[in-house]
Write a protein that binds this ligand. Structure first.
Ligand code: SF4
Length: 357
């Protein structure tokens, strides 16, 4: 059940993906190949697409990267965001090809140059992401506020108004710091100040382990506050994992109902079966199921019966035998080695039944 009331934001479109308003919260990532290496970049984009990404961003640091965008776009179908700093000419080249531009108007140069970029984006209905990073605040904000949440919010507000003054409001905003507290504080502070959709993320969040924790805390806190319209989990050297974790955050925050929610105990000295292998097998063999189902796989009867009450299908392992329970009712008592097969059959059956309803 989803009790989260999302902050009402303006709906924008990155290609055919809606962001904000009542659109589902999208998950995105960024390639780490040299964008000028078309083959490698296309390969990474396809891997992200296969992993379930909704949108992909590529860095455009130089002319060869900007010139590669057309070939990349022709060979991929995910909406493409060009990430540009400082050089408005690169933004102009990118705007002819991609689906969204990430710039900070404040670091693009004088107003004439920003106006040209805005004009190019308007012509093709491209949104602009204002991407504030705590580590690269404009000096006027860093000097006054330091690398703080307030500094990020002031920078975002300045950049938003810069675009609004040019008659442009096809905007989304991100406010990323490399730690949880500043990230959360900044998004919460900026949220009531406008209704643009927010792209959530903790920047430079580190390795898979640390990024998963930081992103889960920060993005989870914000999402449960109703803040966030698209997100990126940033991980050192990982692509598909970013998407997997991003999707899991949405699912475990209760914002997306998709696939199995597997409840399994941590095991202890009362364990009656090889639960670790059993849960791994359940996870592997039910990956394809998109129907939302609650299942529980518990190592002994102590808590299994309680958990089974709320589960669509459950296993309660006992001494040499165990129970299969469906929606609180015991439907079979079987020897331990037959339990998993029966459980998986019942899960498939329930998934098919539910998807027809
Ligand atoms: Fe231990 Fe049983 Fe609880 Fe699992 S369900 S943690 S085996 S008491």
């Amino acid at each position: 059940m989803n009790n989260v009331k999302r902050y009402p934001t303006k709906k924008i479109f990155v290609g055919d993906v809606a962001i904000g308003g009542d659109a589902p919260i999208s998950v995105q990532s960024m390639t780490y190949s040299k964008t000028s290496d078309v083959e490698a970049t296309v390969e990474q984009i396809r891997a992200l697409h296969f992993a379930g990404a909704d949108i992909v961003r590529v860095a455009v640091p130089d002319l060869s990267a900007a010139n590669a965008l057309k070939a990349i776009k022709e060979q991929t179908s995910l909406p493409l965001v060009a990430d540009i700093h400082f050089n408005y000419k690169l933004a102009l080249i990118a705007a002819e090809v991609v689906d969204c531009i990430r710039i900070n108007p404040g670091n693009i140069g004088d107003k004439k140059r920003v106006t040209e970029v805005v004009k190019a984006c308007k012509q093709r209905n491209l949104p602009i992401r204002i991407g504030v990073n705590c580590g690269s605040l404009e000096s006027q904000f860093e000097d006054k506020y330091g690398q703080t949440a307030r500094g990020m919010v002031e920078s975002a507000d300045y950049n938003i108004k810069y675009l609004e003054d040019l008659g442009f409001d096809d905007i989304k905003v991100s406010l990323k710091a490399s730690d949880v507290q500043r990230t959360v504080e900044a998004y919460r502070m900026l949220r009531p100040m406008n209704n643009y959709p927010f792209h959530l993320g903790v920047t430079e969040a580190g390795t898979q382990f640390h990024s998963t924790i930081k992103s889960s805390i920060a993005l989870g806190s914000l999402l449960l506050d109703g803040i966030g319209d698209t997100l990126r989990v940033s991980m050192t050297g990982e692509l598909e994992k970013e998407i997997e974790v991003g999707r899991a955050i949405l699912k475990d925050a209760g914002l997306v109902q998709e696939g199995l929610n597997i409840i399994s105990c941590p095991t202890c000295g009362r364990i009656e079966a090889d639960l670790v292998s059993a849960v791994a097998e359940v996870e592997e063999k039910t990956k394809h199921i998109k129907t939302p189902l609650n299942v529980s796989v518990m190592g002994c009867v102590v808590n299994a019966l309680g958990e089974a009450k709320a589960a669509d299908v459950a296993i309660a392992y006992g001494k040499g035998v165990g129970l299969i329970i469906k929606k609180g009712e015991t439907i079979a008592k079987l020897p331990t080695d037959q339990l998993l097969d029966r459980f998986l059959k019942e899960v498939e059956f329930e998934a098919k039944k539910e998807s027809k309803n």
